[in-house]
Ligand binder design. Sequence first.
Ligand SMILES: NC(=O)C1=CN([C@@H]2O[C@H](COP(=O)(O)OP(=O)(O)OC[C@H]3O[C@@H](n4cnc5c(N)ncnc54)[C@H](O)[C@@H]3O)[C@@H](O)[C@H]2O)C=CC1
Ligand SMILES: Nc1nc(O)c(N)c(N[C@@H]2O[C@H](COP(=O)(O)O)[C@@H](O)[C@H]2O)n1
Length: 279
Amino acid sequence: MTTAPRDALEFPESDRGFLEPHLPPQNGSGPQSDLPFTTLTFATSLDSSLALSPGARTVLSGPQSKAMTHYLRSRHDGIVIGVGTAVADDPGLNCRISGVGGYGKEGLHGQPRPVVIDPTARWEFSDDSKLFQLCREGRGRAPWIITALEKPDAKKVAFLKRYGGKFISVKMTRLHTGGHQIDWQDLLVTLKSHGLRSVMVEGGGQVIKSLLSPHYMSLLNSVIVTIAPTWLGEGGVVVSPARRFDESGNAISAARLKNVKWYPFGEDVVLCGQVKLSD
Ligand SMILES: NC(=O)C1=CN([C@@H]2O[C@H](COP(=O)(O)OP(=O)(O)OC[C@H]3O[C@@H](n4cnc5c(N)ncnc54)[C@H](O)[C@@H]3O)[C@@H](O)[C@H]2O)C=CC1
Ligand SMILES: Nc1nc(O)c(N)c(N[C@@H]2O[C@H](COP(=O)(O)O)[C@@H](O)[C@H]2O)n1
């Protein structure tokens, strides 16, 4: 009998049912589309912060809602984050629920593909990065890195290939601020064409802000937010989409959810819903 690794999490069957209407179909065969089922999910404080500062890994979820996030990871083919999160958190981005691939089952079945949006390929990963440690241990998959560069650094390309990861070059708009803006529709179509039938976008702040813009929010099939009973205070990484205005120039809400359900989860509350599109 194989024993689960020490960091394995438990997420009981009894806690799973409520999530089902908010998740991609179990067998992956949703309506035929060139887009993957896309979930936006993150944990926030009472003052809408994801983290104490852009560079700070910050624990918000309690044990139960953390296990829920890992269950979500087992139900999606890919996890998307921005390079800011990769650099700040050195994340694992695997699923640590007992019974999932590497945590009790043979192979990597149930393990999502990490996808990092890194326009300039600035993430300096190495064998010591948590993601690659987990790959070596058979407990996670190598990342795909989405870049605007046509020819990323050959050493990085070779490194990723050794672990089974890769760069995917996509067109991005160059902003006057010097940054980049990805076309989310293009990205999601690309991910689907590479075999990801469902993706969950975890953050960070800049990624979520751009996805919640009027142009892209209709791409979201589901939104699942963990709210932790804490204020992080000023200077945090805040989730705050750009302002919107009506025809008369009056400010209106940037985005709103519909079909909302709230579920208490330990000391946290988990909010599930769908983006309400304007008529
Ligand atoms: N509480 C939670 O659930 C989560 C918290 N975090 C936290 O968020 C913080 C990082 O957030 P941010 O600094 O906002 O970084 P981020 O993770 O959003 O990455 C920002 C970078 O990603 C790229 N990027 C993002 N959106 C893009 C777009 N639309 N087009 C092209 N490139 C794009 C750009 O290179 C940008 O500089 C960290 O402290 C991390 O711990 C991250 C994920 C989840
Ligand atoms: N659900 C959730 N709760 C929190 O409190 C968090 N800080 C995050 N962060 C996200 O999870 C990633 C870390 O994952 P690993 O535990 O290393 O696998 C982090 O990079 C954020 O994407 N999420």
